[in-house]
Write a protein that binds this ligand. Structure first.
Ligand code: SF4
Length: 481
């Protein structure tokens, strides 16, 4: 019998091939910064759950650091003690299936699964059903099961008081018959994982419910993958099943709306589509011009009093200032201390951004960030509102004017830049290359245990990345001008 963990069984339910690759060729997995950030988030929310479900600190955490055999032994030893106290990460095994229970509330006979999402999802119910099946024959079969997920209405009051951060949802009814299906799932998974690599149809499953790390292995190596066609998601599986793999293969009648038609036409012709609307719109802008980009930190656990879960809080900005065509200066701000950076960041920005001239951004995110800063600094709200009044979002301007087939259905600046300014391609950046990476880097930089040399390295990466974002906008404007 092949031993499997709950997460491996969940991988199997997403796709048998994913399980097989995880077991036999894990080196092929490509873990994104976003996935790494999600792992880090899971650890953080687990630590908060231990605080919340064990305020007296009488519970036991089964560490798992010495392997699963030791975790099983430690769990059995904890259960053998007379004290009926909470257990965290208690480890159980049934017929080769291994689970680690986030929280076992032994007083109330409850299994509590902790998730960092703000709602209960189908996969959470399946996750709990698997655990219940394993626990059925254990010394502590749960009388009820709840999902504790993040309450997005929670406002942190400070002092480490996170009571109210998690809300519970009773899953007893939802789990229902799923528990009885676990033995079949397990037997099927054990068969598949010991055989040859199973065939699996690519499709929406590759991103649902989780991003699969083997997409590069399974998806055809084609210049214009079908999944990049705007609006295709709901039809993707059907089109793939019909044999379409590349945008260019679709007949015109199957392509979809205007945006999809544009992407399809450019893919088939191999030529960009361009009109002069961006040139005209940008020519009408005055001087000086400011190019602004924020980086933010969010996450399920608010760091600062007055903030909510997943509320993006700016910690950094970059500002390129173009006083006259081609005459560039650069200003930047990066909070170094880990305190709520709102006032410092807003004050520094207002000092650098002047009182007139367009403030160019990519998407409406910067408007949201300025609103967040105004909320924390009412005395600066008027000045920040004046900056909002000067914002010019480049994204819709460029979208109206331009599409290059190499952008593969995306109008993100990261898709556009390699086409119009290949020397500024984000791929060449070392370390931080995207927003998720920036969040991880900042969190590591402000962590007290981070060594000074590493902190300085992360700071350099963050500054370089954010400056790259605003320089990219400068290049975009020059390109269309
Ligand atoms: S990329 Fe898709 S088909 Fe390939 S293993 Fe992952 S889920 Fe399965």
């Amino acid at each position: 019998m092949t031993g499997l963990s709950k997460s491996r069984l969940m991988s199997f339910l997403q796709c048998p091939k994913r399980l097989w690759l995880e077991k036999h060729q894990p080196e092929l997995a490509q873990i994104s910064a976003a996935t790494e950030a999600a792992f880090a988030t899971g650890h953080e929310i687990g630590a908060i759950a231990r605080q919340l479900y064990d305020p007296e600190r009488t519970g036991t955490l089964i560490s798992g650091a010495d392997g699963m055999a030791a975790a099983l032994r430690d769990t059995a030893a904890a259960l053998a003690t007379p004290a009926v106290t909470p257990l965290f990460e208690a480890t159980f095994e049934r017929e080769g299936l291994l689970i680690r229970a986030d929280v076992l509330d032994r007083q109330a006979g409850r299994l509590i699964e902790v998730k960092s999402s703000t709602a209960c999802k189908d996969e959470h119910v399946t996750d709990c059903a698997i655990q219940v099946w394993v626990l059925e024959t254990s010394a502590v079969p749960p009388e009820s099961v709840v999902l504790a997920h993040v309450n997005n209405q929670f406002v942190y009051q400070g002092e480490g008081d996170y009571r109210g951060l998690l809300v519970e949802k009773d899953l007893d009814a939802a789990i229902g018959a799923q528990t009885h299906r676990v033995p079949d799932w397990l037997a099927d998974a054990q068969r598949k994982v010991t055989g040859d690599c199973p065939d699996a149809a690519i499709g929406r499953r590759c991103r649902t419910p989780y991003d699969c790390p083997f997409i590069a292995q399974c998806w055809p190596d084609t210049d214009y993958p079908l999944g990049t066609l705007p609006g295709v998601s709901g039809r993707l599986d059907a089109l793939l099943a019909e044999g379409y793999k590349d945008v260019r293969e679709l007949p015109a009648a199957r392509v979809g709306g205007r945006e999809a038609q544009r992407v399809w036409r450019a893919a088939r012709s191999g030529q960009p589509e361009m009109n002069d609307s961006a040139c005209k719109e940008l020519a009408a802008l005055g001087w000086p011009r400011y190019y602004l980009d924020f980086e933010t930190i969010g996450g399920p656990i608010p760091r600062w009093a007055g903030t909510r879960p997943y509320q993006p809080i700016p910690f950094q900005w970059s500002l390129h200032v173009e006083a006259l065509p081609g005459r560039l200066e650069h200003a930047e701000f990066l909070d170094p201390g880990g305190e709520l950076p709102a006032r410092a960041i807003a004050t520094a920005l207002l000092a650098a951004i002047g009182t007139e001239g367009p403030v160019l951004t990519w998407s409406s995110y910067e408007k949201q960030c300025l609103g967040t800063l105004a909320g924390f600094c009412p005395e600066l709200a008027e000045a920040l509102a004046a900056v909002v009044g000067r914002l010019v979002d480049l994204l819709p301007i460029v979208k109206r004017a331009y599409y290059h087939p190499a952008m593969q259905g995306s109008w993100s600046i990261k898709a556009l830049l390699p086409v119009i300014a290949p020397e500024l391609d984000y791929a060449q950046l070392k370390g931080v290359r995207d927003g998720s990476g920036a969040q991880l880097a900042w969190a590591e930089a402000v962590a007290p245990q981070t060594a000074a040399a590493r902190r300085s390295e992360l700071r350099e990466q963050l500054l370089r990345y954010c400056a790259h974002d605003t320089l990219a906008m400068v290049r975009v404007v020059h390109f269309f001008s």
